[in-house]
Design a protein around this ligand. Structure first.
Ligand code: ZN
Ligand code: ZN
Length: 179
């Protein structure tokens, strides 16, 4: 997102703190990558940027609240975001041989354009945001999920499918007596 890019030389050499409240930073990639995640309380980011000799330090915080589907039952699950990060991003390599596609991929945050270094805060804040999302969110620790048979949410009570135990493999086990 061009909108959230800035020239590195505009950042104070002693470091400078920036605030980000524009929800587009997160809403646009969420939509683009089809991620089921709703922002409930606006996300607020504060980042201290310190340009150094061979790279740039980004020290910041992300706060807000989102809602994602539970990994087991798909119910909306609220996730409070209160996340601190401390990243060091190298400046892009000048050597055209070394500056292969792979290196370029690694430099999503600091881009070189017409001899000027540009910081893409949209890319940085999106990456940090993704790190705050749990890979397997659960609505509660002991979420029982849905019945694979009838699809009922088992947190609301049993559906009866399992109770019947129509699976013949279990019928044998049921007849065994524990001695
Ligand atoms: Zn659940
Ligand atoms: Zn069932």
């Amino acid at each position: 997102m061009k909108e959230f890019q800035m020239l590195l030389r505009d950042v104070s050499q002693n470091g400078q703190t920036f605030q980000y409240n524009n929800q587009k930073i997160w809403l646009e990639p969420l939509k683009e990558f089809h991620i089921s995640c709703k922002i409930i309380d606006e996300i607020h980011a504060e980042v201290f940027i310190l340009p150094e000799e061979d790279g740039c330090l980004f020290r910041g915080k992300l706060r807000g609240k989102v809602s994602v589907p539970c990994d087991r039952c798909a119910e909306e699950t609220e996730i409070v975001i209160d996340y601190a990060f401390d990243e060091f991003e190298d400046y892009p390599n000048d050597d055209p041989v070394e500056n292969s596609e792979e290196v370029f991929e690694d430099n999503r945050v600091i881009i070189k354009e017409k001899n000027a270094l540009i910081i893409d805060m949209g890319a940085l804040l999106w990456e940090e945001f993704v790190l705050t999302l749990p890979t397997k969110p659960l609505c509660r620790k002991d979420c029982k999920g849905v019945c694979p048979n009838c699809g009922k949410n088992l947190n609301d009570g049993l559906c009866g499918c399992e109770e019947d135990g129509k699976d013949p493999r279990f019928a044998i086990l049921r007849n065994l007596k524990i001695q």
